[in-house]
Design a protein around this ligand. Structure first.
Ligand SMILES: [Fe+2]
Ligand SMILES: [Fe+2]
Length: 277
């Protein structure tokens, strides 16, 4: 039950003259993480072993995530015909295994697992919105728009299931906040850094986490505008049970925006070599 298909994308309108070179490595890295969706569905299926409704939803969700990877991979191959999407993904998969047979969520509860999934979908929906708006290239714009719409729907899916489990598990606000903050902190984790490495660096170059995070963050964070952070913050607050609009939201958005700009400048300086590691 996909909402769109790869052959609906106007690949023929690809315009190499409008490709910003700094976007290509980001799209390649994102393709790796998205393509890995099936392994996450296997993990989710193990965690929610007796919840058939959710398992079916997670299986459909994974099909869409894999398609995101394939769409981004196809675009990156147009932008850089020498790039081998399949080989890069094989490298990524071999080096970044996900625990598939988990008996319980690594977040401590099913509610916690679903809050963490909401954080991921908040991140991806904001990211593809920002990337699509920043891109001049029409095909990437279309791809990002389709993906972002899926990510907003995924957020809603995990949010609805989370509310169902919250009523049963009754996890307190403090714990929900900690889970949310913990998952946001992981956004700069090995997963993205390793994806950037496999998608962009030769096999002969050893993986160095901090270098890859900086290279990725310096470009990726530059695409965000205040409105993207504002919308994302509303989704984060809603996930933990706070009001998505109002004083808490305004304040948190202002802080997050400053932090994002600071991180971007820090990563850019590190990537340029004007900052010691
Ligand atoms: Fe996705
Ligand atoms: Fe998603």
């Amino acid at each position: 039950m996909k909402h769109w298909r790869l052959d609906q994308i106007a690949w023929g309108q690809f315009d190499p003259g409008k490709v910003a070179p700094e976007i290509i490595p980001l799209v390649k890295a994102a393709a790796m993480v998205e393509r890995n969706g099936t392994d996450y569905a296997t993990y989710l299926s193990a965690v929610f072993n007796d919840d058939l409704d959710f398992r079916q939803a997670a299986a459909n969700w994974a099909i869409e995530e894999v398609q995101h990877g394939d769409a981004l991979g196809a675009w990156a191959t147009l932008a850089d015909p020498g790039w081998d999407y399949k080989a890069a993904f094989a490298r990524y998969r071999a080096g970044y295994p996900i625990q598939l047979d988990a008996a319980a969520s690594v977040r401590g509860s099913r509610t916690g697992e679903l809050i963490a999934r909401c954080m991921v979908e908040t991140g991806t929906s904001s990211y593809y919105t920002a990337l699509g708006e920043a891109s001049e290239e029409p095909v990437l714009k279309q791809v990002c728009k389709l993906i972002a719409a899926d990510e907003f729907r995924h957020f809603k899916l995990f949010y609805d299931h989370m509310r169902r489990y919250l009523a049963r598990e009754k996890i307190g606000l403090g714990k929900r906040l900690r889970i949310a903050a913990g998952r946001i902190g992981e956004s700069e984790d090995d997963e993205l850094a390793f994806a950037y490495h496999c998608a962009n660096e030769p096999e002969t170059r050893p993986f160095e986490r901090s270098r890859c995070i900086a290279a990725y963050g310096a470009s990726a964070m530059a695409f965000y505008r205040y409105r993207h952070v504002e919308r994302g913050m509303g989704m984060i607050l809603k996930s933990v049970g706070l009001k998505p609009r109002g004083r808490i939201s305004d304040f948190s958005t202002a802080v997050a925006w400053r932090l994002l700009r600071w991180r971007q400048r820090h990563f850019a300086a590190k990537t340029r070599g004007t900052l010691s590691p």
